[in-house]
Ligand binder design. Sequence first.
Ligand code: SAH
Length: 209
Amino acid sequence: MINVSSKKGLEVQLSKLKGFLDPKMSLEQYITPSDIAAMAIWHAYMKGDMEKVSVDLGCGTGILGIGALMMGAKYVFFVDNDEKALDICKDNINKLKSEGLIRDNYKMINGDVSQFSEKVDVVLQNPPFGTKVRHADRLFLIHAFRLADVIYTFHKSETFPFVKAICEDNGFVINEKLDLKMPLKAQFQFHRRQIHRIDVGFYRIIKKI
Ligand code: SAH
């Protein structure tokens, strides 16, 4: 079931979702902005990667996995270790369900990403960038390699050499990388500027054949 017919239409739907109510700094909880999420999901859709089974690792309030459901995903797992974020994710999904925009083909799992072990076709993730918990980004990526042959993921641009090396070490290869500026709204006290933009890479990573 696909209920949106353009990237802009997807962005409009995603922009209505609720974000974190009380973001936790230790978990690096930032919602992916709706324009960036729509770009990512639309890109994956055009690649033929959306009408499949995927997992949104560290789903937070669900914007990536919900985008996948709206673009015809067969099934989506939502995984996060923060119950409050999952409650908001549930609300977001229920609202779209009541509007007939998505169905019941998803499951939510409250736990650490390392506990999720279902084989899926595609991993979607905008993980913590590892600024609070060292190497959190690497842990997400290494776990993603175990789950799927296609991974869509965001990382800080400066970590490109590490991302490339980790892919090589695990039999994966960077198939595409788009450079973008991710606006992070000032939601934590240590942020002085209202909107802080960071350089981020959006990657499509695939298993080497
Ligand atoms: N993917 C969402 C949220 C990004 S913020 C979006 O794109 O909007 C990162 C998310 O990862 C947060 O929701 C945080 O709770 C979750 N997270 C951080 N470490 C985690 C871990 N070890 N296991 C599961 N989820 C984790």
